[in-house]
Design a protein around this ligand. Structure first.
Ligand code: AMP
Ligand code: ZN
Length: 111
């Protein structure tokens, strides 16, 4: 996807504050954090959203979810919230699947 901002970060065409990378997944700090720690876990494969995932993405989705507590712990979080905005009506702005992980301040309010 040539004009996808997250694909550009993955290709190194746009800088991001990386916190994790392997052959399938990248994680970087959100540019507009809503908590003291706020990062995004993103598959390198361009998948539009959770709604476009199929059983072939099951292992990758599991890997991304398991990375959330690992990276949160490495960043010193004792607790965190995950969020996956899906579709325009779900508040999604960047149409490349990503999991928000945030925390680190006061206890987060109930949704
Ligand atoms: P969403 O509403 O779930 O699509 O969230 C997209 C998120 O990507 C927002 O929280 C943005 O602040 C974040 N974002 C957009 N562009 C960048 C960027 N270049 N680097 C880091 N985070 C970004
Ligand atoms: Zn993309």
């Amino acid at each position: 996807m040539t004009d996808c901002i997250f694909c550009k970060i993955i290709k190194g065409e746009i800088n991001a504050s990386l916190i994790y990378e392997d052959e399938e997944v990248i994680a970087f700090n959100d540019i507009r954090p809503i908590a003291p720690v706020h990062f995004l876990i993103v598959p390198k494969q361009h998948v539009v959203s959770l709604a476009e995932c199929s059983p072939s993405e099951q292992r990758l989705l599991g890997k991304i979810l398991l990375l959330a507590p690992q990276l949160a712990s490495e960043l010193g979080l004792k607790g965190f919230r995950t969020m996956i905005n899906t579709g325009r009506e779900g508040g999604q702005e960047v149409f490349h699947l990503h999991v928000h992980v945030f925390g680190g301040g006061e206890a987060l309010p109930k949704t």
